[in-house]
Design a protein. Sequence first.
Length: 290
Amino acid sequence: MIGLRTLRAVAMTAATLGGLSGALVGLLSEQGRRARIAIGVLEHLWPAPDGVYLDDGRDPLRFAVLGDSMAVGVGVTHPSQMPGVLLAQALAEEAGRPVRLSTYAVSGSTTRDLVAQVDAAVRDAPQVALVVIGANDVTSRLGVRESAALLGEQVRRLRAARCGVVVGTCPDLGTVRPIPQPLRFVGHQYSLRLAAAQTVEVKRAGGVPVSLGNLLAPEFMARHADMFSSDRFHPSAVGYEAAAGVLLAPLCQVAGLWPGWVAPALPLRSAAALAVRPSRVPWWPQRRHA
C-alpha cells in the first residue's frame, strides 16, 4: 500500500532534496505523523480476480497488469471494481473476443520491484501490459532519474517480448487532503518531477505513457469524497473507473484495436494544486454510471 511509509519519507526527501532548515524539517515530520493518523485503514483487500473475460472458447487476448496498489485496485469494496477487471471487460468488448487478465502487481511495490513482476509476466507471453507505478518510490528515496531509468528498462523488456505497453505515470500526491501543507506541496512537486521523467523514459523504451496526474488530479480535487476510498488515500471504485477511462484508449491502441488513435498532447505539470477545474472524466466511465 502507498501512504503510511510514504508520508514519513516525503518529509525526509524534502529535507535531503530541498536543503530545508531544521525547523521546517521538524514541521514536515510532525505533519507526516498527523497525516498517518488521519488516513484510515481499509477493511477489504481483495485478491486479484484473474481469469478469462467474455469467454467464448476462442484464444483470448493476454492482458497483464503490473505495478503497485493502484494497479491492484486497493480501495475498492468489491473485486468487480478493480481496474484490471474494468479494463479486461472493456478490452473484451472493444476486441469482440475473450481477454485473459493476469495480475502481477503487488501493493507497496516500487519501481525496483518491477523486475520480479516482469520476470513473471514475460513467462506468460502477454500481448498487452498495463504498468502503474511511482507513488511508492519516495519511500525508498529513489532519485527521480534512477526511478525513471529503471522503469524504462522494464518497459524495454516487455517490448522485447512483443508486448504492447501502457504506463500510468505517478499520480499527483498533492490531491491527498489528509496530508497537510506544506508537506502535501512537497509530495506534489516530487510526483510531478517523477511523472515527467517517467514519460520521457517510457517513450524512449517504446511504451505509451499516460499522465494520470494531469488527467485525473483536477477531478480528484473537485470530487474528493467520491473519488477517494474510505482511507482517504487510495482511489474509490469511482476513482478507479475514472483511471480506467483514461487508460482504455491507449490500451486499445497498443493492442491494435484502435490503430488510428493518437494520444492528445498534455502539459507535464498538473494544475491540481492551483485550481479546481470542471470534470475531465472521459465518456467511458460516465456512460457506465449513467
